[in-house]
Design a protein around this ligand. Structure first.
Ligand code: PLP
Length: 380
């Protein structure tokens, strides 16, 4: 049977799992099936694997194993940190941006309703970067706030100047949470020295399994538990540990960290090639965010020329075997469109696409993608 050629350019949504991770997880699923809380031999084997994985991951981020807590992924970790911090530290003011992931924005909205917190939104500039002068103004008026700003925006790829934000937070005695879901496994990160108090990760964004992630909680900043019902994760996250997911995540991070810089350079070269080809082949094309500035190497958000038939765009790409995300302010097939592009002032009629690369993409795929976009962007 002939299989259709698929060009997968949606790695910010989820990545293919690496063969080594699948192999490792299969072995764990087969052999290490005890409950880590059980006291017998099989339970002990599972406990050892979970704790080895914790130590291994902690070492990669310059933190202690005691500061690392496993979760089901990024959404849970963000909720646990925000809810836990507002409760444990009685934070009544949270400073964030309108460009955060729904896992942050909707959680803060719920905390506003249930706990009466005040949410302050920091302004962004025309490229979508956080305005540090406005952040300082908000912090001056509301010292001891909780600041929640993502490391890389999952739609535009814009990167946060973490050091500058951390130093403002420290100056105004604020706690600093950063949604690092899109950057864990893509950069060397020394979380201990970063000034970040709470960071989060999701294994399926770096060639690991879905349903596994972690939160980093700086020592001395212990939170109230978001999920209750057991003593797992040192009373911070009840529920039987996802043993093979945790082992798979540790393996995926180990692989990522073995070749961080080569992979970063390779993916960056694909992104640059893609931008250059699009500019050459598709007159009127623009990019959201700051792709040639402080931007994550793996994400590119394309604003297609005015008049491109947005209704047809995703289905047409799908027929061509190209997987991308719609990034439109008023996306067809999506009920509300992209809140990020709306906040950046996008015209709802304009078609936008988010493409995101991984180490498995090739230059040939970029060429084929641009050729399809060239054809579609002239079709009304
Ligand atoms: N935060 C960001 C920035 C993301 O991109 C995502 C996933 O798209 C999440 C959080 C949610 O992570 P998960 O899929 O592990 O729940």
């Amino acid at each position: 049977m002939m299989s259709k050629r698929i060009i997968y350019l949606d790695n910010a949504a989820s990545t293919p799992m690496s063969d080594a991770v699948i192999q490792h997880m299969s072995e764990v699923m087969r052999d290490i099936y005890g409950n880590p809380s059980s006291l017998h031999e099989f339970g002990r084997r599972a406990r050892v694997l979970v704790e080895q994985s914790r130590r291994h991951i902690a070492r990669m981020f310059g933190i202690t194993p005691a500061e690392l807590f496993f979760t089901s992924g990024g959404t849970e970790a963000n909720n646990a940190v925000l809810w836990g911090a507002c409760n444990a530290f009685s934070c009544s003011n949270v400073i964030t941006s309108r460009l955060e992931h729904p896992a942050v924005l909707q959680c803060l909205e719920a905390l506003k309703q249930s706990m009466g917190i005040t949410v302050h939104f920091v302004d962004v500039d025309e490229l979508g970067h956080i305005r540090l002068d406005h952040l300082e103004e908000l912090l001056k008026k509301n010292p001891s706030s909780l600041v929640s700003l993502m490391h890389a925006n999952n739609e535009t790829g814009n990167l946060l100047p973490v050091k500058s934000v951390a130093s403002l937070c420290s100056q105004y005695n604020a706690l600093f949470h950063s949604d690092t879901v899109q950057t864990v496994g893509k950069f060397a990160m020394d979380l201990d020295r970063s000034g970040i108090d709470f960071a989060v990760a999701s294994a399926h964004k770096f060639h690991g399994p879905k349903g596994a992630g972690f939160m980093y909680i700086r020592r001395g900043r212990l939170l109230n538990a978001f999920i209750k019902g057991g003593g797992q994760e040192r009373n911070m996250r009840a529920g039987t540990e996802n043993v093979y997911g945790i082992a798979g995540m540790a393996k995926a991070l180990e692989e990522a960290h073995q070749q961080l810089e080569e992979v970063r350079q390779y993916i960056l070269s694909l992104k640059k090639e893609c931008m250059a080809l699009l500019k050459k082949e598709v007159p009127g094309i623009r990019f959201w965010g700051d792709p040639e500035g402080n931007s994550l190497h793996s994400i590119l958000n394309i604003a297609l020329p005015a008049g491109t038939n947005s209704e047809m765009l995703l289905p047409a790409l799908d027929i061509e075997g190209i997987c991308v995300s719609s990034g439109s302010a008023c996306a067809s097939g999506s009920l509300s469109g992209s809140h990020v592009l709306k906040a950046l002032g996008a015209d709802p009629a304009q078609s936008s696409l988010r493409i995101s690369f991984s180490r498995y993409n090739t230059s040939d795929e970029v060429t084929s993608f641009v050729e399809v976009i060239r054809k579609l962007s002239v079709r009304k």
